[in-house]
Design a protein. Structure first.
Length: 319
């Protein structure tokens, strides 16, 4: 799917989900409830979103291994990339790679491989959240069957990364053979980039790096589950941990779909689909989603703004 088609599909899906939620519930009441959210819950959600960005920056530094970069440059990449994701979903990670490549001259394929390692850690961390769902009241109440799917995706991702690390030459040659039909030039290019990518995964050979990256990933997603719980509490819903974890897992699943800017529509659907079957009022679930959406997106944009200004963050280019 082309980028333009994906954007169009995201806009249509977001509009369709919002239309469904509007017709199925009381949007005016949900807006009123969201506006009355407690200041403490809003401040807490904003703080946890900031913590998420800082932990993500720290994890990126850990996974870069032998390709270190200044912390401010990494925070710039994370902040601007995260903000771009909310404006144009799926484009933010490419922006992170472009920022670090331009400023610090790191190989793009190696940087992309590092981001792939991040996704593996995210899958494992979200699988941990899914296990909380399975063992908590949300699982007992028949919450969405997300745990098996998350576990299967995590196993597949770990197996692929392990293959690339344990047999780098065979991995690169296998990818090259897969595009041999396009000619020797294309195969050589794929092989070269694959080797750069494998080099970007080498930090994962260290058990300490893996443990640190997984711990930081678990803390990141715990922060987002906490932001969900505070959004729930802010509109009067009981912030039960397994319900917040289930909502977070469904939110992550929604990231795989074409989405409108700010993930409008998919975020609201995730809250309602996760919380309503657990006995929560759909209108209150919709209100909680609005609080979460505004606070999380707003916090990311505020953090990114200084780096987007001409003098904010600097180029970060190293001599």
């Amino acid at each position: 799917m082309s980028r333009a088609a994906r954007v169009a599909a995201g806009l249509l899906l977001g509009a369709a989900l919002l239309a469904w939620l509007i017709t199925a519930g009381d949007l005016r009441g949900a807006l009123a409830t969201a506006r009355a959210a407690t200041p403490a819950s809003v401040a807490g959600s904003a703080g946890l979103t900031l913590a998420f960005l800082l932990l993500k920056t720290w994890r990126w530094r850990v996974l870069l291994g032998a390709m270190p970069a200044p912390r401010r440059l990494l925070l710039r990449g994370v902040a601007l990339g995260s903000a771009l994701i909310y404006v144009l979903p799926q484009a933010g990670e490419a922006a992170r790679v472009a920022i670090l490549h331009d400023a610090a001259r790191r190989p793009p394929a190696a940087l992309l491989a590092g981001l792939a390692a991040e996704r593996v850690m995210d899958l494992l961390a979200v699988a941990l959240l899914a296990s909380i769902v399975a063992t908590g009241p949300a699982g007992a109440a028949g919450g969405l069957p997300v745990a098996p799917v998350q576990l299967a995706c995590s196993i597949a991702a770990v197996a692929l990364v392990a293959l690339a690390i344990r047999a780098p030459a065979g991995f690169a040659d296998g990818l090259a053979r897969g595009v041999a039909w396009a000619g020797a030039g294309a195969a050589d290019s794929v092989r070269r980039h694959a080797r750069d990518a494998v080099a970007g995964l080498q930090p994962l050979r260290s058990p300490r790096v893996v443990a640190a990256a997984f711990a930081l990933s678990a803390l990141q997603w715990a922060c987002m589950a906490g932001a969900v719980a505070l959004a729930m509490a802010g509109v009067g819903l009981a912030p039960e941990p397994s319900a917040a974890a289930l909502t977070t897992v469904v939110l992550v699943a929604g990231l795989l779909l074409p989405s409108a800017p700010g993930y409008a529509g998919t975020t609201q659907a995730a809250f309602v689909l996760a919380l309503a079957p657990l006995g929560n009022d759909p209108g209150s679930a919709l209100a909680a989603s609005l609080v979460y959406n505004v606070v999380v997106v707003g916090t990311v944009l505020v953090v990114a703004l200084p780096f987007a200004l001409p003098r904010g963050g600097g180029s970060g280019r190293q001599p």
